[in-house]
Design a protein around this ligand. Structure first.
Ligand code: NAP
Length: 412
């Protein structure tokens, strides 16, 4: 593999873990597999143009390629070389296209590995509507939520044994003997670990996000009525964290009803909770009552895809996996192999993830320029195939043309 030239300056972390971003940061990128190269070409051009227009050349991203997926396998013989993990830590901030999950026993998803090895504990997925995008909802514009999904615990921790394996049988024997529980013959067994520390660092981020943006509420979503010591504890630890660290800036929904005649005091974020199944109904029936959702891993996975569908689907859904030491922004859809290399797919998810990343760097002017230009492009009816097939009178363009149309609408 040819050694890459480093042309910019590294982003660093202050003692309190805030970012120190130079005007010429090296930002890591994983092009991705399948449609990855197509959406990466379109999205990086849009990001570069937005930064150039917003800051008149005073700021510029220096892209630093990170090897992962099929490209890494071809060049290094590994799906995710150790050097890539070191490079991501050095970059602090990175963005990725979709990666193939190698099929086979014992091979974990590269995405899950990246999240766990780099301790990217918060999966952040903003869900909002862009006018003109076809949606199954009557009023999709009422959906404007950000999901903070815990990324490292829960049944996703990967602690499981297949039915009939010696480990599963041994564990069954132990549980029956020591705790008197009755399990079916030859059960597959998975473990659902959830901790106070894991929950509270996620909820802390969700509350800070709401405070920074002056949002009305943070909702803890859980299935605590059934799984009392994991999901129920998530709820309890979430409220405890709000009370101990954000007492002056938050108020619970119960307090609003009891002490404030149903109206939250000005400037305070309301902390509430909903049982997961009820939250799916609320998201459909009363979406405008929810701003930030904090969820355990599995519920958050389901909920963020369902919410994305309400505003038009995964092709336009951005996301990020964020930890204390580094952050990885990503397209939330997969590699869509049947469209690989056809310059056809919608790059909207990666473009909006790029806007999220610029916001995270503190380059909000460039982020807004991207979002406004993308919204204007869709509203003018210029869209990729996935939206065109559902919109009357739309002009279908290629992935690269969609990117160029966005740049053309940035003005300047
Ligand atoms: P997928 O790649 O997301 O594609 C499924 C379908 O979704 C596509 O055929 C297409 O539907 C639609 N679609 C996805 N992205 C789109 C976009 N940008 N614009 C428009 N339409 C889009 O899901 P998959 O086929 O289940 O997964 C393929 C591979 O990706 C697997 O190896 C999987 O493990 C991996 N994966 C990776 C990630 C990740 O890296 N974050 C996430 C999910 C899956 P139509 O055919 O109807 O046009």
């Amino acid at each position: 593999m040819v050694k890459q030239e480093v042309t910019g300056t590294w982003i660093t972390l202050e003692k309190d873990l805030t970012l120190r971003v130079p005007s010429d940061p090296n930002v890591g990128y994983i092009e991705g597999d399948g449609v990855g190269p197509d959406i990466w070409a379109a999205s990086s051009a849009v990001m570069d143009a937005a930064v150039a227009r917003a800051y008149g050349g005073a700021r510029k991203i220096h892209w630093f390629e990170l090897m992962a997926g099929e490209k890494a396998l071809k060049e290094t013989g590994e799906w995710l070389p150790e050097k890539t993990l070191e490079d991501i830590r050095q970059c602090v901030v990175a963005i990725k296209g979709p990666l193939t999950t190698p099929v086979g026993e014992g091979l974990r998803s590269l995405n899950v590995t990246l999240r766990q090895v780099l301790d990217l504990y918060a999966c952040v997925r903003p869900v909002r509507y862009f006018p003109g995008v076809p949606s199954p909802m009557k009023n999709p514009e009422r959906v404007n939520m950000v999901v903070f999904r815990e990324n490292t615990e829960d049944v996703y921790a990967g602690i499981e044994w297949s039915a009939g394996s010696p480990e599963a049988l041994r564990l069954k024997g132990f549980l029956e003997k020591e705790f008197g529980v009755k399990l079916p013959d030859e059960p597959g067994i998975g473990i659902k670990p959830m901790s106070r520390a894991g929950t509270q660092r996620l909820v802390r981020r969700a509350i800070r996000y709401a405070l920074d943006r002056k949002l009305a509420s943070v909702t803890l979503v859980h299935k605590g009525n059934i799984m009392k010591y994991t999901e129920g504890a998530f709820r309890k630890w979430g409220y405890e964290l709000a009370a101990s660290e954000f007492a002056a800036e938050t108020v619970t929904e119960a307090e609003v009803a009891e002490k404030y005649q149903g109206k939250a005091p000005e400037g305070r974020v309301v902390i509430k909770d909903r049982i997961a199944d009820s939250m799916f109904q609320q998201a459909l029936l009363r979406p405008s009552e929810y701003q930030v959702l904090a969820t355990p891993n599995l519920n958050g996975d389901y909920l963020s895809d369902a919410l994305a569908a309400q505003v038009g689907g995964l092709g336009m859904a951005p996301g990020a996996n964020i930890g204390d030491q580094c952050a990885m922004f990503e397209a939330t859809h997969g590699t869509a192999p049947k469209y690989a290399g056809l310059d056809k797919i919608n790059p909207g998810s990666l473009i909006l993830s790029g806007a999220m990343m610029l916001e995270y760097l503190g380059w909000g002017e460039a982020a807004r320029l991207m979002e406004q230009a993308l919204a204007a492009t869709i509203q003018s009816g210029v869209v990729t195939y996935d939206l065109a097939r559902q919109m009357e009178g739309a002009r279908e363009v290629r992935c690269s043309e969609f990117g160029r149309a966005i740049i053309d609408r940035m003005g300047g």
